[in-house]
Design a binder for this molecule. Structure first.
Ligand code: GLN
Length: 279
């Protein structure tokens, strides 16, 4: 009897330690066993994810995730957190997949694995109508709003503080020493509203969410963020999973391939671009 209690206790302790360190492993087997695929996202990024009908998270990423859940034969659960939080939920194993219009970057690859890419984007600048931004030089000395932890945030912060290139050389940022400032918000929409309050000169965010914000705010306009030589920021979106979860990545990549071949991803983008405008 004592032995049984000891064994049980050891089991409970081991379980506790496992859960406590946040290192739970998501696998195709564990997803099927639990009967649900947990997707983490930040539903403030239309048309990829936005809230509809009060509290339902919908969008291109939700549709893709639903197809993945269907393929696995499980329910889809969507956790709506901050963008930063969504990335962390993958590294800590709190979610099986992160689908949040996530741009693949070398830094992020250190903490998570990415599926094949399913959409491309560039950074856009939103301003009040009447303000012209021809290229990034026009942002010198300006106060800019971004969504915390996004590529728009990272790019502007690098251009303000300077950064290291791939060979480890220090590079001076285009906006360095100009007095330009970045202010982080929970969402680009929140930043845009603060621009309306007169607290910002511009907001930098991915193309489609920028166009969506402008579509529902008559006094705003947006344009692509380009460098003085005309070059732009090119980004590709992918779904993130825990590092090493190749089996799940294989399922995701098969689903993405099928959706793409059937023209479904373009269809989702079109449908949600229209629907999100009236939100
Ligand atoms: N594509 C951008 C990034 O990965 C923004 C994503 C988002 O705000 N949901 O940083």
């Amino acid at each position: 009897m004592k032995k049984l209690v000891a064994v049980l206790l050891a089991g409970v302790l081991a379980l506790g330690a496992f859960a406590g360190c946040g290192g739970e492993k998501s696998s195709v087997e564990s997803i099927k066993k639990s009967g649900k695929l947990v997707m983490t996202t930040n539903a403030a990024f239309p048309p990829f994810e936005y809230v509809s009908d009060g509290d339902k998270v919908v969008g291109v990423d939700a549709d893709i995730a639903q197809a993945i859940a269907d393929e696995l034969g499980v329910e889809l659960q969507i956790d709506n957190v901050t963008f930063d939080g969504a990335l962390t939920a993958i590294s800590t194993g709190k979610a099986d997949i992160a689908a949040a219009g996530i741009t693949v970057t070398e830094e992020r690859k250190q903490n998570m694995d990415f599926s094949d890419t399913y959409a491309t984007s560039v950074q856009y600048v939103i301003t009040k109508k009447g303000v012209t931004v021809n290229n990034i030089e026009d942002l010198k000395g300006k106060k800019m709003g971004v969504q915390m932890g996004t590529t728009g945030d990272l790019i502007l912060t690098d251009e303000i503080n300077g950064y290291q290139d791939d060979d480890g050389n220090n590079v001076e940022g285009v906006l360095q020493g100009s007095g330009a400032e970045v202010i982080q918000y929970k969402s680009a929409l929140e930043a845009a509203l603060d621009m309306n309050n007169g607290n910002l000169d511009a907001v930098v965010i991915d193309k489609l969410p920028a166009e969506n914000i402008v579509a529902v705010n008559d006094n705003m306009t947006c344009t692509e963020l380009v460098y003085a030589d005309g070059s732009s920021t090119q980004e590709e979106y992918a779904i993130a999973v825990q590092k090493g979860n190749q089996e799940l990545l294989d399922v995701i990549n098969d689903v993405l391939k099928k959706l793409d071949e059937e023209g479904k991803i373009d269809e989702f983008i079109l449908e949600h671009t229209g629907a999100a405008k009236v939100q």
